[in-house]
Design a protein around this ligand. Structure first.
Ligand SMILES: Cc1ncc(COP(=O)(O)O)c(C=O)c1O
Length: 380
């Protein structure tokens, strides 16, 4: 095999260019425009629950604007899932607030409801103030323990921002991820379930919140004929060109989700027979992951290799894999932040790899990847 197999490459329907051409033909080569409006409507119909959606320049921007609307300010604390990509957390710091990290539980690898409650209680005792918001994630598209997390948040009356950047199309108890918290963030970065080359969206509760999000995303310009600013805003709107790509991608979204699940099923069948390799799968019928990336844990004692040896061996064979996210509480930049951890995410980080799962990965690719993993393990 001489082609390289990537984790999750962008995959175009072909009609993206029609929407872009239309934007050029009508000279809508700006942020805002008909593609943006149509893309937002399509996303609204997709996520359901009467939610509104605002298309933005990035998922990170969505998290930032969600936190602003939850009232997060300098001096506040925000509880964040430690096991995630830094973009779930950095916007807390943009606002001068402090991320407080909570570890994962073993079933979904997402925020532990028990440690969340412990963290809230302890922050109230330590600083006499409740955390301002909770950011939990559906990592690798696996739905978090939403009911349990929401119950804790409700008990202490703390709002939730759900980071569903990796979970477009994932469902918890039949409802789309991103629609549970007061706000939900989506990402359309180049390697996500669909792409707009770069982009994201904020899922918001109603029309008023949609207007407020757009206001902050367009430099907080007040309704005056001249430029009047009473608050600080950002330039976070999605362009009409990127939204054209998004509209083309929406025609493929269901197909992409089905393909990721199909690839997961192929890995599942193969790894069931391999001692020492555990594929991350839905823990029960509440969860229906999109399997954005398929992830495995490697038992070093049983296989004779650690994740890094396996990663390097597969790389030589033209297969891109990636270690699991390094938890935020272990990142040098966040080493002094408060954290409530029990070693779960650290263990995952030390044992796991993401395998290719995107729309360009074929059944033959999976067979090849599984074959190469077999070649590499059980050698001793
Ligand atoms: C968990 C998570 N949160 C947030 C983001 C941020 O999205 P973006 O890259 O669109 O800013 C990403 C992806 O990049 C992500 O994986």
């Amino acid at each position: 095999m001489n082609k390289r197999i990537y984790l999750c490459l962008a995959h175009m329907s072909g009609c993206e260019q029609d929407f872009i051409k239309e934007a050029f033909d009508t000279n809508w080569v700006v942020p805002l425009g008909p593609n943006v409006n149509a893309f937002e409507e399509e996303l609204q119909a997709f996520v359901g629950e009467n939610k509104k959606v605002v298309a933005l320049s990035a998922g990170t921007a969505a998290i930032h604007l969600g936190l602003i609307q939850l009232g997060v300010q300098a001096g506040d604390e925000v509880i964040c899932q430690s096991f995630t990509f830094c973009a779930s957390v950095n916007p807390v710091v943009y606002l001068g607030a402090t991320p407080v990290f909570v570890d994962s539980e073993k079933d979904t690898w997402n925020m532990s409801p028990e440690l969340l409650e412990k963290a809230i209680e302890d922050r109230i005792t330590q600083i006499g103030k409740k955390p301002k918001a909770i950011v939990f994630v559906h990592l690798y598209g696996m739905p978090a323990k939403v009911d349990e997390l929401m119950a804790v948040a409700h008990k202490y009356d703390i709002p939730i921002l759900e980071d569903a950047a990796e979970a477009l199309g994932s469902e918890y108890k039949g409802r789309k991820c991103g629609t549970f918290g007061k706000f939900g963030a989506l990402s359309f970065n180049g390697n996500k379930m669909i792409t707009t080359s770069g982009g994201g969206a904020l899922v918001v509760p109603n029309e008023e919140a949609k207007k407020e999000t757009m206001f902050y995303a367009t430099q907080a310009r007040e309704a005056f004929p001249y430029y009047q600013h009473e608050r600080i805003g950002y330039n976070y709107r999605m362009s009409n060109i990127c939204a054209g790509i998004g509209r083309g991608q929406m025609t493929l979204l269901d197909e992409h989700i089905a393909h990721h699940r199909h690839i997961h099923a192929l890995y599942k069948e193969a790894f069931e027979k391999m001692d020492g390799i555990t594929l991350m799968s839905n823990p029960d019928e509440s969860s229906n992951a999109n399997y954005w990336l398929c992830t495995i844990l490697i038992d070093e004692e049983k296989t004779g290799v650690d994740y890094e040896e396996l990663r390097v061996a597969l790389d030589v064979k033209g297969i891109e894999t990636r270690p699991l996210w390094k938890p935020m509480h272990l990142q040098p930049v966040y080493q002094h932040n408060p954290c409530y951890v029990d070693g779960t995410s650290e263990k995952l980080f030390n044992k796991g790899l993401c395998l290719p799962a995107g729309p360009c990965v074929t059944d033959e690719d999976v067979a090849y990847i599984v074959h190469e993993i077999k070649q590499c393990i059980y050698r001793g």
